[in-house]
Design a protein around this ligand. Structure first.
Ligand code: NAD
Length: 436
């Protein structure tokens, strides 16, 4: 089947590559000329484990192409995916300008019946808007389908190739059949393709992300309470997570969620609710708590240095919003770095994959280290912002030798308290006893 994917970012490139991997012919379209030029030169534009092998193979075998020309890209396509950005607008609701612009552009250039698929995360009612924008100038029949994407950056290829479920909101049988055929190879193990009405599909994505953000935030509040009551959040996590109604995942306390999805999706759902005259109280609290949580370690850090960080050098381990990605959108590390700089501190940072992206934000305002130990040289303290595996079992004698003070502020609870005590570090983590 010939498929077009419009928008070749994290979702579009994974989607396009994985559909090519199952034998489809895919053309990915993007307005970013530099990106398309790189992709055409077989240079991958994002870091995503496992993607490069599939990317190279499918280009080599002629099933994966890239263009900036929408008309050329959609020629002959039976299905057109919209994997476009839906960033927060000024009022917090999802900004649909990218999606609707492409919809308008598609109208006059569709040549035969096509299924247009919203893969972007979009509020309820967007498919109707996309339909209207295309219909204004379309000469042929078409259907608009909602197929929200649940992939997680860092394990996106696995998530896409073997999804827990595929959600498809479609009103026409013709469109349903096309989508069922396309996704057949991805659900061979028996995971479901769940067909539903378009509005429910649109809401499912927001409900899933908002629920997960709430779960994390709930545990972060339990952690904050643990600190006050002298309990240990890791013990509480194990205690509650073994209840199958709760589940073990998404219960790790830390310095808040970030990324390109949770923050904007929680905000957009709260706004959608608001527009429907519903005050979604939990979501408002989730946003407030998460914002505060991101800077949870700043106060103890300041206190350690007698409330004066000016001239102090802070080493930061981890910049990406989570491990196995170079994505830094809404990453807690960025907010902490800005805060540290505003308090007069200097920053030496290291991340295995995200440094190039952070250079675009801070330029030479911070020092980008060669590796995790280089970041520690002459630093007054270490802060851990991302749980990259490489930070989990460092050589502590090297850490000690390079840091001016044996002090770690760990936003991801990477180390055992007993070990820190034994090694003689001052160790602040989230929801656990302070080791002095
Ligand atoms: P992204 O910013 O990485 O990619 C979007 C791409 O669209 C960019 O390359 C941009 O240049 C391109 N673009 C913008 N306007 C265009 C136009 N007119 N024509 C062609 N291309 C255009 O975004 P993303 O992270 O891939 O997210 C896309 C959507 O998927 C969002 O709605 C997001 O919420 C949703 N989503 C993202 C993830 C994730 O983990 N990143 C997961 C699930 C869903």
């Amino acid at each position: 089947m010939k498929i077009a994917v419009v928008g070749t970012g994290y979702v579009g490139l994974v989607t396009g590559t994985c559909f090519a991997e199952t034998g489809n012919h895919v053309t990915c379209v993007d307005i970013d000329e530099k990106k398309v030029q790189m992709l055409n030169n077989k240079q991958i534009t994002i870091y995503e484990p496992g993607l490069e092998v599939l990317f190279e193979r499918n280009i080599r075998q002629g099933r994966l192409e890239f263009t900036t020309d929408l008309k050329e890209g959609i020629k002959g396509a039976k299905i057109i995916f919209l994997a476009l950005p839906t960033p927060p607008g000024e009022d917090g609701s999802a900004d649909l300008k990218y999606v609707l612009k492409v919809a308008e552009d598609l109208g006059p250039i569709l040549e035969e019946y096509t299924v247009i698929v919203d893969k972007s995360t979009v509020p309820v009612g967007t498919a109707d808007k996309v339909h209207a924008a295309i219909a204004a100038n379309a000469k042929v029949d078409f259907d608009v389908v909602s197929n929200p994407e649940f992939l997680r950056e860092g394990v996106a290829v696995d998530d896409f190739m073997k999804p827990d479920r595929v959600v498809i909101g479609a009103e026409s049988d013709k469109a349903k059949k096309v989508m069922e055929k396309l996704y057949g190879p991805f659900v061979r193990q028996g995971n479901p393709i769940i067909f539903m009405d378009v509005k429910s599909a649109e809401l499912t994505k927001y409900a899933a992300n908002s629920f997960l953000a709430t779960k994390i935030t709930f545990m972060n509040e339990i952690a904050n309470l643990c600190e006050l009551l002298g309990a240990d959040v890791d013990m509480v996590r194990k205690g509650v997570g073994t209840d199958t109604r709760i589940g073990k995942r998404f219960l790790f306390a830390g310095i808040g969620y970030g990324g390109s999805c949770f923050p904007k999706d929680v905000q957009a759902l709260a706004k959608s609710a608001n527009q429907a005259d519903y005050d979604f109280k939990i979501l408002n609290s989730v946003m407030e708590v998460n914002q505060a949580q991101k800077e949870r370690l700043i106060d103890p850090l300041k206190a350690y240095f007698n409330n004066d960080l000016s001239g102090k050098t802070i080493a930061i381990w981890g910049l990406a919003f989570k491990p196995y990605t170079d994505d830094i959108r809404e990453a807690p590390a960025l907010e902490n770095i800005s805060k540290l700089l505003s308090l007069g501190a200097k920053v030496k940072a290291y991340d295995p994959e995200a440094m190039e992206n952070v250079k675009g934000v801070f330029g030479d305002k911070i020092y980008f280290a060669e590796d995790e130990y280089d970041a520690l040289k002459d630093a007054d303290a270490l802060m851990i912002m991302t749980e990259w595996p490489v930070f989990r079992t460092p050589e502590f004698d090297k850490v000690e030798a390079r840091l001016k003070n044996k002090v770690i502020f760990d936003g991801r609870n990477l180390y055992e308290l007993g070990q820190m005590e034994e090694l003689g570090f001052t160790y602040h983590s989230i929801g656990r006893k302070i080791i002095n």
